[in-house]
Structure formats: C-alpha cells, structure tokens
Design a protein around this ligand. Sequence first.
Ligand code: GLC
Length: 497
Amino acid sequence: MKKLFGLILKILGILFLLLLASGYGFYQYLFEREPLYHEVEIPEVKANLDKWQDQKFGLFMHWGTYSQWGVVESWSICGEDEPWCYRKTDNYAQYKKDYEALKYTFNPSAFDPEKWADAASEAGMKYLVFTTKHHDGFCMFDTKTTDYKITSPECAFHENPKANVTKEVFDAFRGKDFMIGAYFSKPDWNSEYFWWPNFPAPDRNVNYSIEKHPDRWQSFVEFTHAQIDELMTDYGKIDILWLDGGWVRPLTSMEVSISQFVDGIFSDVGYTQLHIPQNQDLDMAGIAAKARIKQPGLIMVDRFVEGEEENYLTPENYIPDTYDPRPWESCITMAGGWSYSPDAQYKPARQIIHALVDIVSKGGNLLLNVGPAPDGTWPDEVYERLEEIGAWMKVNGAAIYASKGREDFKEGKVSFTVSKNGSLNAIYLADENETQPPSEIVVQGLSTSDDTQINMLGYGKLNWEKVSGGLKIIIPDEVRKNPPCSYAWSFNILNAN
Ligand code: GLC
C-alpha cells in the first residue's frame, strides 16, 4: 500500500515537472485561470485606481524595530525552518524576548521625512506605500489597541515631536502630491489573539484552533478592524490599503493559489503557508465597507486573495513575462532585502530604469523598496540611485507617466509604451557599456504616413525613413555624442499605427 502511494506521488511529481518544462509556465497558468481579477465597480474607487495606474512609479518603505539589527523584517521570530526566517541564535525563546525588547531602544533621532519625500519626488516617484505594521505587530502609528508601538512610553522615540512616524511620513509625502498607501500586515505575531501565548507558534499562521476558540479569533477580527479604522480616521487622505500576509484568508478562498506571482515558491502553496488550513477570515468585505465610509476612493489590495478586495495584483520581486491589461504593480527591492541591512548591495540605476520601462511597457507600475536605517536616515546609495533615476525621468517621463502597455511590448532592444494621445513611445534599452544611442533604430509593425513624426525626448525632432513593414529612426552624430540621458533613450512616434 505504502509503495503504491509512493509510486503515485512520484508520477504526480514527474507530471508536474513535465508541465513546467513544457514552457506552459506556472504564472501563465495562473494568469489564465478564472476568476482571478474582479473589476472594481465603485465609481470613486475606479477613478482612484485609474489615477493610480497613471502614476507608474512608487516608493515602498519597510521600517521597524528590526531595522536596528539590520535583519529581515519580522521573519526571524517565525517558527518555520525556512532560509528567510534565519536567526543567529541557538536559543529561540531568548531571541524572541530580545527582539521584542527592540521597542525600548528604537530611536530614529535623525528622522526627516521631508528629506525622503523631496528625494523621492525628484526621482519621479508619485506614490508611497509605508509599513504601518509588519507581521511582528509593532505599530509605527499611535494606536490605542496595543502598547507595542512607537508612541509607547517605553519606546525611546516616544517623546520626539515626530514620534507618530506614520502620520509624519504620510503628511510629508502628501505634501509632495504623492498618493498615500498604508501597508498593513493581517497576521500579527505580537497579538495574543493571533499567537496565543498558551501554545507554541509553529509557523506564520494563527497558533490555536479557531473552531475550538471562536471568541479568541473574534477578538482578533475586532482588534484588526480597530487598527485599520484608526489608520483610516486619523491620518488624512489614504489612497491604498496594502494588506500583506495572504495566508490569513477565509478557508473558502484556499483552493485559489495564494502566491501566484511570487517567483519560485510554488511548494509553499502546498506546504508552508497552508500547512494547517484554518478559516482565518477577517471579514475583508466589512473592513472595506467601513474604511470607505471615511476614505471613499480607497483602493484595497488584499494580496493574492482573489476577490473583491484585491483591486490590483502585486507580483513580488518579479516582472511578469507578458503584457497584462489588469491593474498590477511589481514590488521590487532596491537592494537585496526589504528591510535595512548595513551591507546591502544596491542595484545599479540602469537595472532599475530598465525594470521600470519593462514593467510599464507590460501595463504595470513599479513600487521600488527602500529600507531606512535605524537612525531614520537613508543610506547614501539610496540617494545616489534616486538621483540617477530622477535625471532619467526628467527627460523621459512623458514616455512613462499616464502611458499604457501594449501586447507587443518589446522588439529587440526596444520597449514600447502608448501615450494617452495614441502616439507610440519606443524606448531603446542600452547595454551595460553602451553610452551612445545607435545611428539608426528600426521599428517594425507600423504603417507610416506623411504626417508621421519622430521626437526624441530631451532633444527634439528627428528624421526617419520608411522601411518595409515599419520605419527607421535616424539619429544624428550630434545627439549620439551628447545624448540627453544615460541607460535608455525614448522616441515618441506620432501618426503611425
Ligand atoms: C514578502 C515578505 C514580506 C514583505 C513583502 C513585501 O512577502 O515576506 O516580509 O513585507 O514581501 O512585498
């Protein structure tokens, strides 16, 4: 019997590998499944979502007490034997105590959100998503629901006039016309209603039986609703409620994958995240309805829980292979991890700019993450990257903002976006050592007319020639020797379809 079972498992494994090898990729499979994305029907939300889709480039920030140790956000207190939960200790109980004690010493005395907002705005970013509470449960806002918060009298920073950092960050970025997003973790590893101290917590999920202890779960639901209500009430206009921790979800939604976009963690769907399936239902529809009384246009992002409250899709550290007309955003780190690390390796500006172009040409937004240091500063590399990106955006913004992607999003080294007036932007992505644009660029699949015009962003009108099936852009020496920017050059093509 056992042997037969083993054999069946083996056959299933081989079939799965064949499916992957067949090129019919997992993500593609998930993309094509229905139902996946629910169209937004509330007019105020739809209007805000359309506006958000035009912004294209946002800033993500992961900041919390964990930043003091320069370790991964929250995960080092999670009981799973996974590489992202790694901790330097052989005594978990002591480690967790020390981790929780980080609240006493968190003191970001150089915190200057205006400086961040200035730099992000100069880089061309248009919206913000900030960790108001990560999985560890530490509130970066002045909640009344717990004392595990930055404004607690026990926290070193509490007397600072800017102690309610969420409010300060939101105000500073709103002052630069950013759309404002509150990242909020549904799981809360500090709440006794989620990880009941009566039991050990074996993994990321609730650690008691909800069926046996419905009142405790109900208390967690109320606690979560109360915290979200505070954020929706006392922090000005909020555009996005970005809810992380997709494994906290109603049991009925579990047949649908929770990690359709997360690269390479297919096994998690079957193993880690769903390992003790429970009905972790937070009444998301209730949260949305209550929140929208105060924030009528609120975009809900209940990540990976396919339903009414996932108003846009959030591939994580991953850019989909194809164009997708549904609203989506890739969140991607600027350095290795989400949280601050003293020895982080920052991605070069060219790579980030190319990722932005690739995402926009496929119809999405880029949410680029920065991890602030424990003293409230950003590392120099962050400013350096943002400055380079800003220089590029100042020249090429017209090919990015308010543009749409396109089914044929790329041809060779040229990515395409479509502007609101219907003109096409051809963005040539330079190789690593390519500092000058080529002398000519051919774009296929276009029919030209006498009215066709080519405009190089940051320079001006260029000549072009008709070629079979398209056109050839001619780039004069003068521009090649002195290009308007580095890493990628944009050509607006008017009156050619
Ligand atoms: C992953 C990480 C989580 C992080 C999130 C950001 O899910 O586990 O810690 O906040 O990515 O998208």
